[in-house]
Design a protein around this ligand. Structure first.
Ligand SMILES: C[S@@+](CC[C@H](N)C(=O)[O-])C[C@H]1O[C@@H](n2cnc3c(N)ncnc32)[C@H](O)[C@@H]1O
Length: 329
């Protein structure tokens, strides 16, 4: 490591390998930990535990009194990370909580915490969720129309695809997939019902997509369905708002997003302090906000990381610090 704490290219590669597992490879790991952990004795929340890569890296830079509370709504992720980090759990340095990060304040209150020193949200799904055909997230594999991160929730992709009105389908394809052919695709889906699998859905989408745009169209439609099933934008909004009161002054929020709908929301919120992105100013023209942006431009993975982990290509990291003011919207 060089004196300012930055890793050289070889160390970065080693660090990535150290925290990656067959379940998931954490993206921008070193940058996230450096930007997020400012108090080695502090309490940090990993709102998206997944395979536990970022959590493990946080634990490694925290002192023996520092703690991580890790949240995930997927039982498989909780099982995986619990097997990976048994010592941290038994020593009390890591506490894993099942739930939705939208309800972070309540989940933390349940373990007697009302403020923490940092929060990480590494949004979306893990590689394991995408690669497990039976979870139904991927258009590349045959599986059930499921797509639930929390397998105990009742709404799944089957209900959306087979029971929602054509207008509702059109609306989610347009809003959550930014799909230009939303009308044509929702009409084709309704006409082909019942649709039993991801494979059949993918065939229908492919047939209604413009020539040479099949792959992009599939990605957009599956993304839209996943966002709808898991209410991903709504829960992100809830978590962003909750983080304002949860962070101690000087505490930091790090958000890694994987598509522009999420990144736009994080950017607006961390710039203005509200979900509309409306800048409120004081008498002197200073923006009134609970945040200081640590990076104004989102941080992306470098070529070496992308070569090692192609899924890091779309990652955008934003970090902001909670200011010492009363602004809570
Ligand atoms: C991109 S992965 C995180 C990977 C993790 N950072 C690692 O290093 O392995 C996202 C994880 O967050 C979980 N997740 C996504 N949205 C969630 C939410 N609203 N509440 C709780 N967990 C969520 C998913 O189930 C998944 O396991």
């Amino acid at each position: 490591m060089n004196p300012n704490g930055d890793l050289n290219a070889r160390d970065k590669t080693e660090q990535r390998l150290k925290y990656a597992s067959g379940y998931h490879a954490p993206v921008l790991c070193n940058t996230v930990i450096q930007g997020l952990v400012t108090n080695p004795n502090g309490v940090y929340v990993d709102g998206t535990l997944g395979g536990g890569g970022h959590t493990a890296a946080m634990l490694d830079v925290l002192s023996s009194t520092g703690r991580v509370i890790a949240i995930d709504q997927d039982d498989e992720a909780i099982r995986e990370a619990s097997l990976r980090l048994p010592e941290a759990i038994s020593s009390g340095r890591l506490q894993i909580v099942k739930g939705n990060f939208a309800h972070m304040s309540t989940l933390l209150a349940g373990i007697d915490l009302d403020q923490v020193d940092g929060i990480l949200l590494d949004l979306g799904v893990s590689s394991h969720q995408l690669d497990a055909a039976e979870r139904g997230f991927s258009h590349r594999m045959k599986g059930p129309l499921d797509m639930r991160m929390d397998q105990t929730q009742s709404l799944d992709a089957d209900q959306v695809v087979n029971a929602w009105d054509e207008a509702d389908l059109r609306s989610i394809f347009f809003r959550f997939g930014e799909e230009p052919k939303s009308s044509r695709i929702s009409r084709a889906i309704v006409a082909a019902r019942p649709i039993a699998s991801t494979e059949k859905l993918a065939d229908i989408v492919r047939m209604s997509a413009p020539r040479n745009a099949e792959a992009k169209t599939l990605a957009r439609i599956f993304q839209a369905l996943r966002i709808a099933v898991n209410e991903e934008l709504q829960v992100l909004d809830q978590a962003l708002e909750a983080s304002v009161d949860l962070l101690t002054p000087g505490g930091r929020l790090a958000v890694i997003s994987y598509h522009s709908l999420e990144d736009r929301r994080a950017k607006r919120f961390l710039r203005s302090g509200n979900l509309d992105g409306k800048l409120e100013k004081d008498f002197y023209g200073n923006v009134i906000t609970p945040w200081k942006e640590i990076n104004r431009k989102p941080i992306s993975a470098d070529e070496a990381e992308i070569a090692q982990n192609p899924r890091s290509r779309s990652a955008r990291l934003r970090i902001a610090e909670r200011l010492n003011n009363e602004k809570t919207n």
